[in-house]
Design a binder for this molecule. Structure first.
Ligand SMILES: C[S@@+](CC[C@H](N)C(=O)[O-])C[C@H]1O[C@@H](n2cnc3c(N)ncnc32)[C@H](O)[C@@H]1O
Length: 206
């Protein structure tokens, strides 16, 4: 079981946004893309029992960690983790069928992966979400070409030094990608430590 300090810190604030944004009285289907250690999916599944969660990861070590969390915290609303590369078309997303999901959740991936992953995330979410379904992303973002505060500017710089394909994504770019794929930016929520939750809603008629 891997443990990420950031995930431990942000799991409760993100849960608050999930609770406010989702219907807790209906049975829902969710896919988490880039589940990381598995800390988030277990926390959310314990709190939101009406949602069946499908964790996924690109990294094989993280997949082992998610399965270790599932073994430690047996929950009948968390499916076995699947290997999923967000940059690939949804037809390669472990058999997930079009228009079957109420929620696609993606935490802290876009800035730390090539832009193809961000593009694939929006394209895939546009396909697998039901009409009115929600794509909820969390992380640090640029707003209209501007990154604030200085700590996020420094973070963006350090990411680009590590890998020129990484870096904070601009919300205006994400809105464009959303629109191209039948989604629209419905809401932005400021989160602790200069992060945001972005809520993209799938249009009812695409
Ligand atoms: C900073 S970690 C965040 C993990 C987790 N969501 C969290 O917040 O603790 C970034 C994650 O993006 C994943 N990732 C990188 N490339 C990916 C890809 N092509 N498709 C899906 N996930 C990817 C990594 O494996 C890693 O788990």
């Amino acid at each position: 079981m891997l443990s990420a300090a950031a995930a431990e810190r942000n799991k409760e604030p993100i849960l608050v946004v999930l609770r406010e944004s989702l219907n807790t009285g209906r049975l829902l289907q969710a896919l988490e893309i880039s589940s990381g250690t598995g800390q988030h999916v277990i926390h959310f599944a314990q709190a939101l029992r009406n949602i069946t969660w499908q964790p996924s990861e690109y990294d094989r070590k993280s997949l082992v960690s998610i399965e270790a969390y599932r073994a430690r915290y047996p929950l009948n609303n968390v499916k076995p983790a699947i290997h999923l590369d967000a940059s690939l078309p949804h037809q390669y997303w472990g058999g997930i069928q079009p228009e079957t999901l109420d929620l696609v959740l993606n935490i802290n991936m876009m800035h730390i992966s090539p832009i193809a992953c961000t593009e694939g995330l929006f394209k895939g979410a546009g396909a697998v979400l039901k009409p009115h379904g929600l794509l909820l992303t969390y992380g640090p973002y640029a707003v209209n070409g501007r990154i604030t505060p200085q700590s996020n500017v420094d973070f963006d710089y350090s990411l680009r030094q590590r890998n020129p394909e990484w870096g904070l994504r601009d919300i205006s770019l994400l809105s464009t990608l959303a629109q191209r794929n039948g989604l629209f930016l419905e809401k932005m929520v400021d989160m602790p430590a200069n992060n945001k939750c972005l809520l993209f809603r799938k249009e009812s008629v695409v």
